[in-house]
Write a new protein. Structure first.
Length: 273
């Protein structure tokens, strides 16, 4: 019979904390390591709705991609957003663990799940933790030749539907054969995508100025890399099923994946182009 500590030990082996960024806060944030675990729920975000869903599903432990308390907090009072999650979980005997940038970087983690889902032949990390490593930020690889328009549609088709959908920048008829991906907010890696020479860069939360700068620079050369901007939570959700399956094989627990869409945007008013 597995305990919270057993699940944590498995997660730390599978997603080594040493791969996490210095600013990150992965690990166990709620729960008694000695408590028995029979059912583990997986989700991207530790929202109050996700916590309630996990409890309704009979989960003893919730593993999320994003930490609940990534930034410093001074209270977990039940009338605060984070406090409500903490009290809901503790009150129902459910632990909370996060595997964040360590799960992003690890071989077979978040970035790789995204890359494989969009049909990439993965060659390795976009930014390895060290030369020759299979771990690192993002993934780079090739796809069968397709237009940017068709590629963006493929990305949209494999991701959970969100109000924002998928945006792209570049010649819709331009050919794409090589791709770099970073799950979650990867705007700071545009330069790495440019240096890699890929045709397209897929990530989430691309801001106006970095995207504009990248497209202006691309206009001076061959117009590449094209940019494809997706939902943050959607880009990281494809990892959940695989992670849940790996845990179920490793320990005597059942696992399940949240069915909730935790993208914060709930509507979209299209403009005319």
């Amino acid at each position: 019979m597995a305990t919270v500590a057993d699940v944590v030990a498995w997660a730390d082996r599978r997603y080594p904390p040493k791969l996490a960024e210095d600013w990150d806060a992965p690990g166990l944030s709620v729960g008694d390591p000695r408590r028995v675990v029979r059912h583990v729920r997986f989700a991207v975000d530790p929202t109050i709705a996700v916590a309630r869903e996990a409890i309704a599903a009979g989960a003893d432990m919730l593993i999320t991609h994003h930490p609940l308390m990534l930034r410093g907090v001074t209270t977990v009072a039940a009338n605060t957003a984070q406090g409500a999650v903490v009290h809901t979980l503790i009150g129902n005997g459910c632990a909370l663990f996060a595997a964040h940038t360590n799960a992003d970087a690890v071989d077979g983690g978040v970035a790789e799940a995204l890359a494989l889902a969009i049909g990439m032949n993965v060659e390795g990390p976009l930014v390895p933790v060290e030369p020759g490593s299979v771990d690192g930020t993002g993934r780079i690889g090739t796809i069968a030749p397709t237009s940017l328009r068709e590629f963006a549609a493929r990305v949209a088709a494999v991701l959970p539907a969100t109000a924002g959908g998928v945006l792209f920048a570049g010649n819709p008829d331009g050919m794409v054969t090589s791709v770099a991906v970073v799950g979650g907010s990867g705007g700071s890696f545009i330069g790495d995508a440019v240096s890699s020479g890929v045709d397209a860069f897929v990530t989430a939360d691309l801001r106006h100025h970095p995207a504009t700068d990248a497209r202006e620079a691309a206009a001076l050369t061959d117009g590449k890399p094209y940019l494809v901007s997706v939902s943050h939570s959607a880009s990281e959700s494809l990892w959940l099923e695989g992670a849940a399956g790996e845990l179920a094989q490793a320990l005597d627990v059942t696992t399940s994946v949240s069915t909730l869409n935790t993208d914060p945007w709930t509507g979209h008013a299209p403009s005319t182009i």
